[in-house]
Design a protein around this ligand. Structure first.
Ligand code: TMP
Ligand code: MG
Length: 231
């Protein structure tokens, strides 16, 4: 019998790219698995985040909002470590890269002087990737990150956006650029894979993802120590 810890698999992407669908399909491939979705709106900090996302008259400095999303990840830090050590495979639906990409996108968006309650400031911290990653340093680092990417035209054809803060086509265009610029900075990191989901149906995307996972041995228990996020 094999022993060791489970692995941490992150699915990242823009809103409406099929992250949640793929995450739940992936869960069923493991005998012991757990889905964690960020933001986790069920915690104390998560309830403030939920209020921020759904109530546009609830304003926060962008720095505060950014720190809350990170603080929400820290609320689950011990649970993630314990589950991995207990042999669970954890599928994360969003995590640290969403944290950086959405905040960074606000900086660019604010420069366009748009109305729409996406952002409250244009302070330089929000445009500084080193500042943005700071609060996440020390969290468990995913063994594999899959970034689902799609053409914005195809995304626009998918059925409607919700009406939470950030769910605007124009803002998502900038978020996509932010994600790609972050992954470009990390291009030597072989735990990050960009998965093109254009013109692919759900089973085709699942197959692509599962091939990557098995090729990299992420579907098996491992004796590697849990990595930590570095800056
Ligand atoms: P959700 O739609 O996946 O529930 O996420 C809600 C929004 O929160 C989504 O637009 C992405 C955004 N977000 C951040 O801005 N920072 C973060 O750290 C995370 C995890 C999500
Ligand atoms: Mg959403």
């Amino acid at each position: 019998m094999s022993s060791g810890r489970g692995q941490l698999i992150l699915i990242e992407g823009l809103d409406r790219t099929g992250k949640s669908t793929q995450a739940s399909i992936l869960l069923d491939k493991f005998s012991k698995s757990k889905l964690l979705k960020f933001p986790d709106r069920s915690t104390k900090i998560g309830s403030i985040i939920n209020e921020y996302l759904t109530n546009k008259s609830f304003t926060l400095p962008d720095q505060s909002a950014h720190l809350l999303f990170s603080a929400n990840r820290w609320e689950l830090n011990n649970e993630i470590i314990d589950l991995l050590n207990d042999g669970y495979f954890i599928v994360l639906d969003r995590y640290i890269y969403s944290g950086i990409a959405y905040s960074l996108a606000k900086f660019e968006y604010a420069k366009l002087n748009k109305e729409g309650n996406i952002t409250s400031t244009v302070d330089k911290q929000i445009g500084d990737v080193n500042w943005l990653i700071g609060p996440d340093v020390g969290l468990p680092k995913p063994d594999l990150t899959l970034f689902l990417t799609i053409d914005l035209q195809e995304l626009a054809n998918r059925k409607g956006w919700g009406d939470e803060r950030y769910e605007l086509q124009e803002f998502q265009t900038i978020v996509k650029k932010s994600f790609l610029s972050i992954f470009e900075l990390q291009k030597d990191d072989d735990t990050i894979e960009i998965v093109d989901v254009n013109n692919k149906d759900i089973p085709e995307v699942t197959e692509l993802i599962w091939n990557l996972i098995t090729k990299k041995g992420i579907h098996q228990l491992t004796n590697k120590p849990i990595e930590k996020v570095l800056n």
